[in-house]
Design a protein around this ligand. Structure first.
Ligand code: THR
Ligand code: THR
Lengths: 157, 157
C-alpha cells in the first residue's frame, strides 16, 4: 500500500468557506460558483455531502487573501441559495498524500488518517481523487502533519 | 476556461455510503477506513465537511458489489464512532470533468454545475482535485449528464 505513495504536499494559503444548509436543488451549486469565477477567485477544494431533509453544507477553499471578497459575494446570494449561515476559517492548511494509481484509497487513507490521529491532529475536511488524498487541518500542525505522513509512508528514508 | 477541460468520464459501479453525525475527533476517520482496507474493499470518493457541534457526516463510495460487506463492517464500529445512522444508495453514478492545470476550479465548476442544472440534474456529492471535478448524481441521468457536459465544454465538435 505505501509503495503507491510518492510524496506529501501542503498548502498553507488556504481559507475555508462553508455555506451552511443550502437548498439541495439543481442550480444552487452554479449560483455559488458563477459569481466567484467571474471575480477570478481561484477555488481549490470543493466538498459537498449528500443532503438530509433537502439541505446540505457546501464547503470550498480560496486563497487566504480572497476571503473578504468571497464573503461579500456570498452575502449577496445567501437568500437565493437558502443558506442559514456563512462560516469561514483562515487558520487552516491542506496536506495531501500523493501517489499514482491510488485507485484503492482505503489502504492509503487508513495509514494517513491513523498517522494524523497518532499526533492528535483533527481532520476538518477530506477530499480524494485518483492521485491524491487531501485533508484540511489546523494550520499550526502543518509541519508536524507532513513529517508524520512522510514517516508513515516510509518517505523519510 | 473550457480550453482546460480535456474530457468527461463516468463510473456507474459506485454505491454511496454515508455515516451520519460521527464524532469529530482524531482517530474516527482511521477507525472507519482501517477495517474497510483490511477487507480489500476499493474506496473511491471520500468526502467530509467540517463539523458543527462536534459531529459531521462522512461519505464515501465503494463498488456496488461491496455494499453489503461494507455495511456489515460499519455496523460493528457504529457506536465507537458515534454515528447516529448509516445510509446507502446504489442508484448513483459518478461523472467527472477532467482537465490538466485546472488550478482554478471556480470557472470550470460554474460551467459544469450550470450544465447539470439546465438538465435539472441534482448534484448529491462534489469532490475536486487539481485534474478533476467529480459529482455524484442519480444513475439514470448518467448518459444525459455526460452529453450535456461534453457540449458545455465544446468537446462534442
Ligand atoms: C447543493 C447543490 O449541489 C445542488 N444539489 C445542486 O445541484 O446545485
Ligand atoms: C471526522 C473525522 O475526520 C475526525 N475529524 C478525524 O480526524 O478522524
Amino acid at each position: 500500500e505505501s509503495a503507491m505513495v510518492s510524496g506529501v504536499a501542503y498548502d498553507k494559503d488556504q481559507a475555508r468557506i462553508t455555506l451552511v444548509e443550502v437548498f439541495d436543488e439543481p442550480g444552487v451549486a452554479a449560483m455559488i460558483f458563477e459569481p466567484i469565477s467571474r471575480a477570478n477567485i481561484v477555488v481549490d477544494m470543493i466538498v459537498q455531502n449528500p443532503s438530509r431533509e433537502g439541505k446540505t453544507d457546501m464547503t470550498f477553499t480560496v486563497p487566504k487573501g480572497n476571503t473578504e471578497e468571497t464573503l461579500k459575494i456570498l452575502k449577496r446570494i445567501k437568500s437565493d441559495i437558502g443558506a442559514s449561515g456563512i462560516l469561514h476559517d483562515a487558520d487552516v492548511a491542506k496536506v495531501s498524500v500523493i501517489g499514482v494509481g491510488m485507485r484503492n484509497h482505503s489502504g492509503v487513507a487508513a495509514i494517513a488518517f491513523s498517522a494524523l490521529k497518532n499526533e492528535n491532529i483533527n481532520i476538518m475536511i477530506i477530499s480524494t481523487s485518483e492521485i491524491k488524498i487531501s485533508c484540511l487541518i489546523e494550520e499550526k500542525y502543518t509541519e508536524l502533519a507532513v513529517r508524520t505522513l512522510h514517516e508513515a509512508f516510509g518517505l523519510d528514508k
